[in-house]
Design a protein around this ligand. Structure first.
Ligand code: ATP
Ligand code: MG
Length: 721
């Protein structure tokens, strides 16, 4: 133990050994906040003789909780009992497992996820409110969000109904009531309930509260800057007047305000705990000087913050690298190449993180790493290929190219208004008639499918027409887009507000667009060979044979990387409308949150930091040509080294101020005579307007739901009006 304490600096030592007053530690990234918590757990057990199980430490992500547990196990391996280290939600579910009777649940209650919630709400609407078309305007997610708000404000369904001022509001409040009743009948609670119910128990049962107050002799909260009011209430219940609380956090790393996190809670800590003490930690032990300089300089762009003084005794190290790439694929190849170099220099795969803002960004890396035999693991995400939406979208392509039954069935399942019963009947009919499912739907007399369901005509038409679309365009992406939109698939995703799923589809469009571009079509290629070779490539990627090595590069979102660190960090996709995202470009407050998110990303790096962005390639995710994030311009160019697309390059951000933005130069004319603002007509997508022409490609905005699309100026399916 003493050795452990010797490692600490003066402030850290105080933070560990002060145990008789509420304590707040505010400090920058990498200054040892989590180390203080883990060392303090050991100190409480070994020096203060507190039994391990009487210690509670909470944090925000599962991975951070696991990391904290590992660190504690390393310090004191032979514990007879374990301290309770977990996320807020897991801790609450632990309490409910013991106190379920107080809230009228039976022992084996279930916690339902958002998918279940959507399905329940949809059924309740159909059952009770089909006479209220206004309600249809509300998506299930909005209703769930509304219900969540009522719950968080501790407003019961009855109170919600009484408070209503309009018929529609009353309908939603009644839905809330029915939803609660339904959950009771299936002995379930939702994610939101976890914290709310524990609050209720503590609030209404003083004996139970006393029991839990006695259960924990000491309570610690990591990442305290991300606590919301309800969570702070729970902490107060446990620790008020007990002088047994330590919280640590960094206001510059608040990245969950969209979930109600309030940075004021940490800033005003001493108003609640009036005898509390505050400690700041100023020494960063994690990063090299140059990484730290870039991070600190960057976060200064946030106006609404208190400045901190942070220094490090670490080596200067290499300057962070900012790299411009020409496409998403180029970015993945660059990272792959760098990883190979790093391995040669003696780094191991496990020393490397690749961080991105959106889960959908991982896909090029998964592909490139797999092709280059770089072992990797994806945290908090399903591999791109294994995502349901991607499998469904690929089923559309398979239906077109090979017409196999499995694919057709998957397509049927994925479109609106076609259910299991219809599919079963169709299969039986196909069997009776001795034709394939595809032929029954597309090529036989429509009378047959009409006998099964009236809702099959649309998919019949879409499938038939897609053959022509592909024949004319020879463009897989465009054909798929046609199929997904016209079949109602996209609308179904939008209606259920599956924003993330839509970004996966957009990402797939990007990938297909690249495939379309790189594929050499044989002159006399009549059929669907190109689609088949695309699908074959996909299938190869899926045969995940060599995943045995324990040593892996880790791919994860910035949010999931909170609290973690690694020797080498790549922050990728630093593009406008990606990071910061398209929706956050609106308010200064949201931009500041995105800036903090990037601060979290760059401060994960210990020795080497690479930041990459793409310039010029069109992406469906940003609905525009990818341009460098505004954050790139905010990096002080003296503090990083720039790598252009080619070996020798001039940093475009040098000597540039925000008003002279040289990034948006456009070409006006091209060989086929299209010009910006031309009105054009497309065979499938209808009328559109040219918004940009760039050599052989142009971008066209269609008035239909297709939005903006890149097009070849030689494309025969489009003409000037
Ligand atoms: P974040 O804000 O990112 O969560 P943090 O403040 O929690 O960061 P830690 O993860 O606790 O920082 O520490 C960063 C790194 O510095 C860890 O590898 C930790 O072991 C090391 N470290 C912290 N304090 C010391 C110290 N006194 N001596 C040596 N290493 C230290
Ligand atoms: Mg930490």
């Amino acid at each position: 133990m003493n050795n452990l304490l010797l490692e600490l600096n003066e402030q850290q030592l105080a933070a560990v050994t002060i145990t008789d007053r509420p304590l707040r530690i505010v400090a920058g990234a990498g200054s040892g906040k989590t180390k203080v918590i883990t060392t303090k757990i050991a100190y409480l057990i070994e020096e203060m003789k507190i039994p391990a199980y009487k210690i509670l430490a909470v944090t925000f992500t599962n991975k951070a909780a696991r990391e904290m547990r590992d660190r504690v196990n390393n310090i004191i391996p032979n514990l007879t009992s374990n301290p309770h280290i977990s996320t807020f939600h897991a801790w609450c579910s632990r309490i409910l497992r013991e106190e379920f009777e107080l809230i009228n649940l039976s022992k084996n209650f279930l916690i339902i996820d958002q998918g279940d919630q959507v399905a329940i709400i949809r059924n309740l609407i159909n059952e009770h409110f089909s006479h209220l078309p206004e309600l249809k305007k509300y998506t299930e997610k909005k209703i769930i969000y509304r219900i969540g708000n009522w719950k968080n404000e501790l407003i019961s369904p009855i109170e919600a109904i009484e408070d209503c001022y309009s018929g529609l509001e009353r309908a939603i409040a009644t839905l809330y009531q029915k939803y609660e009743e339904y959950l009771k009948t299936i002995n379930s609670i939702d994610f939101n309930d976890l914290q709310v119910l524990v609050f209720k128990i503590f609030n209404e049962n003083s004996e139970t509260l006393e029991k839990w107050r006695n259960r924990y002799d000491y309570v610690m909260v990591d990442e305290f800057q991300d606590t919301n009011d309800l969570q702070f209430d729970l902490i107060k219940f446990l620790t008020r007047d007990k002088n047994n609380l330590t919280v640590v956090g960094d206001p510059d790393q608040t990245i969950y305000s969209w979930r109600g996190a309030k940075v004021d809670i940490i800033l005003n800590f001493n108003k609640t705990f009036t005898n509390g003490v505050s400690i700041t930690l100023n020494e960063n032990y994690r990063s090299t000087q140059k990484i730290l300089d870039l991070a600190n300089d960057f976060i200064n762009n946030n106006k609404n913050r208190e400045e901190k003084e942070i220094f490090t005794n670490n080596q200067a190290g290499d300057a962070p690298v900012v790299k411009e790439c020409e496409s998403r694929n180029d970015e993945a190849r660059y990272v792959t190449l760098k990883i190979k170099e790093l391995i040669q220099q003696g780094y191991e795969y496990k020393d490397i993180f690749v961080l991105y803002r959106l889960n959908a960004w991982s896909q090029e890396f998964e592909k490139e790493f797999q092709n280059n035999k770089i072992p990797f693991q994806l945290i908090g995400g399903i591999r791109f290929k294994d995502r349901r939406v991607i499998k469904e979208a690929n089923a559309f392509l398979r239906t077109l190219a090979t017409q196999d039954e499995q694919a057709v069935e998957r397509v049927l399942k994925s479109i609106p208004k076609v259910g299991d019963v219809t599919i079963k009947k169709l299969k039986e009919k196909a069997m009776d008639m001795n034709v394939s499912l595809y032929d029954l739907i597309v090529n036989e007399d429509e009378l047959h499918i009409n006998q099964v369901s009236k809702h099959l005509n649309n998919i019949r038409e879409v499938l038939a027409k897609s053959v022509d679309v592909y024949k004319e365009s020879k463009n897989i992406r465009m054909t798929l887009q046609f199929m997904l939109i016209e079949s109602g698939y996209i609308k179904k995703l939008t209606d259920t507000e599956k924003k993330e799923d839509i970004s996966y589809i957009d990402s797939l469009y990007d990938q297909l667009e690249n495939f379309d571009k790189s594929y050499q079509t044989e002159v006399n290629e009549e059929g669907t060979e190109k689609i088949i070779s695309y699908l074959q490539e996909e299938a190869l990627l899926n045969s995940d044979a060599d995943d045995i090595e324990a040593q892996k590069v880790t791919l994860l979102t910035v949010h999931a990387a909170k609290g973690l660190e690694n020797k080498v960090v790549f922050v990728v996709g630093l593009n406008q409308d990606i990071f910061p995202g398209r929706l956050s470009s609106n308010s200064a407050r949201e931009i500041e949150e995105e800036r903090r998110t990037l601060y979290v990303a760059v401060t994960r790096a210990e020795e080497k930091l690479f930041i990459t962005y793409i310039k010029g390639e069109f992406s469906f995710i940003s609905q525009a040509e990818l341009a460098p994030s505004k954050f790139i311009k905010e990096f002080n160019q003296d503090l990083y080294s720039f790598e252009g697309r080619y070996q020798k390059s001039i940093n475009p951000f040098a000597n540039m101020n925000s008003t002279t933005n040289a990034l948006h130069q456009k070409q006006a004319k091209n060989v086929d005579g299209y010009e910006k603002d031309d009105i054009v007509e497309h065979m499938i997508f209808g009328e559109g307007v040219v918004i940009e022409v760039n050599g052989p490609t142009m971008k066209v905005a269609f008035s239909s739901s297709y939005g903006v699309m890149p097009m070849s100026v030689h494309d025969a399916t489009i003409s000037k009006k």
